[in-house]
Structure formats: structure tokens, C-alpha cells
Design a binder for this molecule. Structure first.
Ligand SMILES: [Fe+2]
Length: 262
């Protein structure tokens, strides 16, 4: 199975909506190439959590959903309020009602033996506004639920892969943009000794930097016992040749194909 991983589209800012529309056109017109019918957007879909931004983004996502694509969107800091650091309850409601349809996290979606677990890395951030920043915080409640879900999935023989998707980057240790409870998350998702991986794929965004964390000198996939750890960059950003990169992940071999979109 192939999945498409987009992130940090920040629609509503500059011409990101137009560029996102080009990405959607490409996905719809190139099914033979990417061979996927599932799109993950790992947060910061919109730039300021404004209602009009969600309405525009909804039109885009509906174009995919109307063609039978499954679109899973994790909430990011920019989805939940202006400038990505002023959380707004109204933005949270709009995100749920217009984009995700998800009431509770972790949110599970499964297809063909692949289980996708979408987390809300802003869940606990709403209660910790003593200092505004772009941090994330999953919270103990969500992490405990995730732990139980992973225990159950580990005992289910029909599950091939477990994928965890969140917005915040668990390896960005700076205070302002970091995931406050990244260490707890890693404790929950790490492979246990003598057991197969608890999580096969970990996907996130936030840092606008595309990277697979299997560098020879510091292989985090090996360290945490996760087959693939990957952050999609800001998909609407053009590279030096003027192309946007759409990463397509193959879940059979844990490989990434990068398609250039003009
Ligand atoms: Fe972000």
C-alpha cells in the first residue's frame, strides 16, 4: 500500500492555497504514478485557524474525498489559532467540523491491515498557556490511551503495520516549537525487547524540513525500533528547481518515492 504524506500547507498565507491546489490536481491526475488513495496531512493545514481559511481548505480536501481518497489530517498549532501560538477554541471547533470530523484522539482509521493513529499534539497545550509558543503537548490522557491501543494492536495478528501521525516534531528540542512530552511519547511507541515494532511508521511535520531519521551516524529508526520515522517538509515550498516535492511512502518496503510537482 502506498500513502501520500503532505504537511504544513499553511493555506491562507501568501499563495499557499494556489500551490496546494496544484498538489491536489497532481494527486488526482497521477494515480497511475503514485498508486495511492490515502493522503495524510500532518498538520498546519491552514495558517491562522480562521474560519475562511478552513472553508477554502475544505474545498480542496473535498476534491480528494469526492474522488474516494481518504484524507487524514492531524491538527497543528497553526490550525488551532492565529500565528500558530494563540490557541482558539473556535479554531478547534472549526477544524473538527470542517476538516477532520474527529471528536476524540487518538483517532483510529484502518484499511487493508494498516492502522493509522492520528494524534492531537495540541490537546494538552490548551491548558498550558502560561507562556505562548508553538509547542505541542499530547497530555497523559492521550498517551495512556495510545499505550492501551498499541497493546491491543500488538495482539491482533491481522495488523500488518501501525502508523502514528502527529503534527509536532518529537526530535526538535528547542523550547519554543518543541513537543513538551516527547520523551513520554517515545516511551510509549518504542519497540519492546524481544517483541516486533510497536509502531511501524511515525510521521510528523511542523519543522518545514523533510527528513528520514535513519542517518547512519544516528539512526533513530534503529534506536526506537520503528521501521520508518519521517517528517515531510512544508509541501508547498518549492525547491531550487522550482518544484514542490510530494513524498509517497510504500508500506511494504518502507521506502519513499519523491515526486516533483511544478
Ligand atoms: Fe507547526
Amino acid at each position: 500500500m502506498n500513502i501520500i504524506h503532505l504537511s504544513d500547507l499553511h493555506t491562507g498565507k501568501s499563495n499557499n492555497l494556489e500551490k496546494s491546489a496544484i498538489l491536489v490536481d497532481w494527486i488526482l491526475n497521477n494515480k497511475e504514478g503514485h498508486k495511492s488513495s490515502l493522503v495524510i496531512i500532518s498538520g498546519d493545514l491552514v495558517d491562522d485557524g480562521e474560519n475562511w481559511q478552513f472553508l477554502q481548505a475544505k474545498d480542496l480536501i473535498d476534491r480528494l474525498r469526492n474522488e474516494d481518497y481518504v484524507v487524514l489530517v492531524a491538527p497543528g498549532n497553526h490550525d488551532y489559532g492565529p500565528n500558530g501560538y494563540r490557541e482558539s477554541q473556535q479554531s478547534r471547533v472549526d477544524f473538527k467540523e470542517l476538516i477532520s470530523g474527529v471528536e476524540d484522539y487518538p483517532h483510529l482509521y484502518s484499511e487493508d491491515g494498516q492502522v493509522f493513529i492520528v494524534l492531537d499534539s495540541m490537546a494538552e497545550e490548551f491548558s498550558t498557556v502560561e507562556l505562548w509558543g508553538a509547542q505541542g503537548n499530547l497530555g497523559l490522557d492521550q498517551l495512556n490511551k495510545l499505550d492501551l491501543i498499541l497493546d491491543e494492536l500488538a495482539e491482533n495478528p491481522v495488523i500488518e503495520n501501525v502508523l502514528v501521525v502527529l503534527h509536532h516534531h518529537p526530535f526538535d528540542y528547542l523550547f519554543y516549537p518543541g513537543l513538551r512530552d516527547h520523551a513520554d511519547l517515545k516511551g510509549v511507541i518504542s519497540r519492546r525487547i524481544d517483541f516486533p515494532p510497536r509502531v511501524n511508521v511515525l510521521l510528523f511535520g511542523h519543522k518545514h524540513l523533510e527528513h528520514r531519521f535513519n542517518d547512519p551516524g544516528e539512526n533513530k529508526e534503529e534506536l526506537y525500533g520503528i521501521d520508518m520515522i519521517y517528517s515531510s517538509g512544508q509541501t508547498v515550498e518549492r525547491n531550487i528547481e522550482g518544484n514542490m516535492i510530494v513524498p509517497v511512502i510504500n508500506l511494504d518496503g518502507f521506502t519513499i518515492q519523491r515526486f516533483e510537482v511544478n
